[in-house]
Design a protein around this ligand. Sequence first.
Ligand code: PLP
Length: 372
Amino acid sequence: MPVKNNISPVRRINQMEPWLGEEEKQALCKYLDSGGWLTEFKQTREFERMIAEYVSSQYCSVLSNGTVTLFTALLALGIDRDDEVIVPDLTMIASANAVVLSGARPVFVDIDPSNLCLDLDLAEKAITPRTKAIMLVSFNGRSPNMHRAVSMARQYKLHLVEDAAQSLGSFYEGKHLGTFGQIGSFSFSAPKVITTGQGGALVTDDARLADNVRKIKDFGRRESGVDFHETLGYNFKFTDLQAVVGIEQMKKLGWRVQRKKEIFALYRRELGNVPQVKFIETNLEDTSPWFIDVLVPNPQSLAAFMKERGIGTRPFYPPIHSQPPYGDRGAFPVSDYVSARGLWLPSSSFLTDEDILRICGLIRAFHDSSQT
Ligand SMILES: Cc1ncc(COP(=O)(O)O)c(C=O)c1O
């Protein structure tokens, strides 16, 4: 479907993902004119159906965001106080915070430099009698060997929870990420591949888990408006207004995934021979990179150079072990190394090829003129 590209080049470059277009506006107006429901109802069910179909999962529930999805997933699996959950040291902090929220303890493990995801060898060494789950984050749509992750979880009788917040549109050997473990989580916050402003989804093939999720997100009850609460639950529900937007965004997903791949390929072609710029190996058959990520010797100064020229970039997350709520726990040399060098380049699917050529020209000029 044609996607309008009617925003200024500067905004195209600075924003990581497109804002909502005419299609979403029209769908919202039509829905409201029809006397549409505000809280979750038929549009929400349709949005869930579309996600489940796209990722080939039996069940999908949408929730308020991609942090409470992780918390809900852990709760639905029965993760409890004093349990340990293995989490990669380089991820968005929500992956670890959701574990803390569940009462369990996140155990940080270093990442694999070849894909920036959990190092499975180190994860195996970190398993203790208290370990109950592995939270596998598919960082920017890439993943480790998922067959190995699944068999390791089985061997040690652990739950495999996939934090696939960044991976809608990304696969491993043709199977959608988020569908290898017991339960997979996605986020629809504003800079994701598709967005509903805020929002998240849980997918699973396990009917019992799906049922637990539905109860937890609605105060622990089975039926809205009937105040019998089978379990402890919260209000993590979605709204039909967001679902109307989500349905339109899902219609654009195929185009966005394709465009992300083209953009990544163009950056790689243009910067592949700049010795200071390193790309993570990415199989574009399977992976739709959400952000264009590179490792450079000095991301802060490149970011400042680009900013002076009106181009927004963003340094990688600090390693979680270095963030104040977690103190300094152990040594994570790969995550430290990658975090100190990682930079996200402009990645909006609305970028034109000319925009990218200009950005790459500036990155080349920066490295030609700098010592690093
Ligand atoms: C890996 C990962 N997990 C969890 C989240 C949290 O999602 P949300 O912002 O929807 O709460 C994000 C958000 O960027 C993320 O990247």
